[in-house]
Design a protein. Structure first.
Length: 268
């Protein structure tokens, strides 16, 4: 057994825990634990333990990885790993709170929770880091004031904003950063430079069309709304607010890696 095959088995265990419901993972573990190794019998038992073709394919990939790592573990050991991974995933999911953010006409199913209100909540909650991403932006005084307050709390404030056509972006007119020009000394501004965008036919330009805000790797607003007064207060806009769990952390680290790799570049 090599480190590579052992890693592949670990990845297969993780994927089963992530992609199968906990009850199905436990049934799969129960089917596997009584077998010493990845025999044809365990393949039959594993396939019978999960109810749909898609989930069975995931179980087959697990057995394939087990077979490729001879001596890595017994069925009992693999079953313990599956249950532990499934419990960890279940706890993470339980810790993550997800709420709908809706600007527009309300219904009993989805009450109005203005994007502006949630954006201010995200900014106000930041104690270490704040990432703000938008395609278009116009000055919104209370949003700008909240960002200033965050910077005064020593929060690392970073913007990723679309640039104007003159700078190689897809935004007509000035760069979205112009809306936050008064914050230049308090925040770091990033852009998606032309040389990092794939060329499109007929002279068209790919757009930095993401909108969202992430605080402390803990809370994230993912929204259709640009950072403009109309978008965060009046338009019909839809978003999700996520608190806790792995998604805000993964999103924040994704953007930071794009910055490290130069895909997103500090504006000059």
């Amino acid at each position: 057994m090599t480190d590579e095959t052992a890693d592949a088995l670990s990845v297969a265990v993780r994927d089963v825990a992530l992609k199968l419901p906990v009850a199905h993972v436990r049934r799969l573990a129960d089917a596997i634990h009584r077998h010493e190794g990845p025999t044809p019998a365990v393949r039959v038992a594993a396939s019978a333990a999960v109810p749909t073709p898609t989930l069975r394919a995931q179980a087959r990939r697990l057995i394939d990885a087990w077979e490729a790592a001879p001596g890595a573990t017994t069925g009992a050991g693999l079953a313990i790993a599956l249950c532990a991974a499934a419990d960890a995933v279940d706890q993470i999911r339980a810790a993550q709170l997800i709420d709908i953010v809706w600007t527009g006409p309300a219904t009993p199913e989805v009450p109005v929770r203005l994007t502006r209100e949630v954006l201010l909540e995200i900014i106000g909650s930041a104690s270490r880091s704040l990432l703000l991403v938008s395609f278009a932006a116009y000055p919104v005084p209370d949003v700008s004031a909240a960002i200033v307050e965050a910077a005064r709390r020593d929060v690392d404030v970073r913007f990723v904003l679309e640039t104007g056509e003159a700078e190689g972006g897809a935004l007509r007119g000035a760069s979205a950063a112009f809306a936050f020009r008064d914050l230049a000394s308090l925040a770091i501004f990033y852009e998606w430079p032309t040389d990092q965008r794939d060329p499109l036919p007929a002279g068209r330009r790919a757009a930095m069309h993401v909108k969202g805000a992430i605080a402390d790797e803990h809370s994230a607003l993912i929204t259709s709304a640009n950072f403009t007064g109309l978008a965060i207060e009046s338009n019909m806009e839809l978003g999700l607010l996520l608190r806790g769990g792995p998604v805000p952390r993964r999103l924040a680290r994704h953007f930071r890696q794009l910055m490290v790799d130069g895909v997103l570049r500090e504006a000059t």
